[in-house]
Design a protein around this ligand. Structure first.
Ligand SMILES: Nc1ncnc2c1ncn2[C@@H]1O[C@H](COP(=O)(O)OP(=O)(O)OP(=O)(O)O)[C@@H](O)[C@H]1O
Length: 339
């Protein structure tokens, strides 16, 4: 078994007496797509900054690609590409010229730059538009170009902050597919920080939920959902052709099927909670009693439910609602990008 490509141990960051990140332990394997989730001010950006070696932990360690990010930030910078939520370009230059400029800033060998820039444009699906000025680029095209900016240095890890912000649904789908493809084909490790839970759910192998500087939980969505909702069992919703009046004459008989913990009725819809999946028995019962069934739906718990459940179960009183200054606008990021 290989060592994790990112390993955080007891990572803590204090600003004065305030703990922005509180004893974080996290291991991410090569090729994984990991989602960082949490409300504004939960400590995600601070954690990313420590991974990039842009701010020092108060205590604890950050190991990235085998390097200590605090003591060896330059080595980490060569291996990691960071894409902020809003990427800036020179509008009077073409997309290709912008990318070449970034390649030079990253110190790529001059004789390789043009070829690599064209290949990267192709990789992100912008080859046909690479000679357009970026002022004529849509938000989705700019996000792809931002991705090209981080890919051109051929990193082992990419960190994406809200990469789907402001892109239309088709653009989002294409962008997420691209991320998944890059990860699977090239073994690229991806860290995705986002508030769009269904986007995260579509691509991430595992997620971590941050609240008030602590990583409350981590795992894949199936496991988290099983842990959280296993006790609550299955929820089956059956819609009938005709409304059902209360008191319902078949309620007691339905409950003799066993394993049913609750039945609630709303006009034509029966909501049935049970300990195990008895959908076929429920359908058979209703048909035998002469009901026409219009639809049967078994509730699957997703990331939205998991996230909500954590917020129901945990105090969030330390959380600020103010969106912290965009990472890209921070002076140390400019230093990172240019340095
Ligand atoms: N330089 C700083 N000085 C003091 N406090 C800071 C500093 N940077 C961040 N914080 C505080 O640390 C906490 C964590 O901020 P951070 O930016 O890491 O959150 P986040 O999870 O990335 O939030 P968002 O989703 O809004 O980007 C917040 O309460 C924030 O106000």
């Amino acid at each position: 078994m290989n060592d994790p490509i990112i390993q955080l141990k007891g990572l803590t960051k204090c600003y004065g007496t305030f703990k922005a990140v509180d004893h974080l332990d996290l291991a991410i394997d090569k090729g994984e797509i990991f989602g960082l989730l949490g409300p504004n001010g939960a400590g995600k950006t601070t954690t990313i900054l420590m991974m990039l070696g842009l701010t020092d932990p108060t205590t604890g360690t950050v190991q990235v690609c085998g390097y200590n990010a605090t003591t060896n930030p330059i080595a980490v910078k060569r291996k990691v590409g960071y894409m902020p939520d809003s990427v800036g370009f020179y509008d009077n230059m073409t997309a290709l010229e912008n990318l070449i400029y970034i390649a030079r800033l990253n110190g790529l060998p001059e004789h390789e730059i043009l070829q690599r820039a064209i290949e990267t444009m192709e990789q992100v699906g912008l080859k046909n538009d690479m000679h357009k000025k970026t002022s004529a680029y849509s938000r989705g095209m700019k996000q792809r170009l931002g991705l090209a900016d981080v890919l051109i240095k051929q990193p082992d890890i990419i960190i994406l902050d809200e990469p789907t912000l402001g892109i239309d649904p088709t653009g989002v789908k294409d962008f997420l597919m691209l991320i998944k493809q890059l990860s699977k084909q090239q073994g690229l490790t991806v860290l995705l920080s986002s508030h769009h839970l269904h986007h995260v759910q579509q691509v991430c192998d595992r997620v971590g939920i941050f609240v008030a500087g602590k990583l409350l939980v981590q795992g894949n969505i199936g496991t988290l959902s099983g842990n959280l909702f296993g006790k609550e069992g299955y929820a089956i919703s059956v819609t009938l052709a005709q409304p059902v009046a209360e008191p319902w004459q078949h309620r007691a008989a339905l409950q003799t099927l066993g394993n049913i913990t609750q039945v609630s009725i709303e006009e034509k819809t029966l909501e049935i909670s049970c300990d195990c999946d008895i959908t076929p028995a429920i359908v058979r019962f209703l048909v035998q009693e002469g009901y026409d069934i219009m639809s049967v739906h078994k509730k699957e718990y997703g990331l939205d439910d998991i996230y909500q459940k954590y917020f129901e179960n945990n105090s969030t009183e330390n959380i600020t609602n103010e969106k912290s200054v965009s990472f890209f606008q921070r002076p140390f990021f400019k230093k990172y990008k240019n340095g």
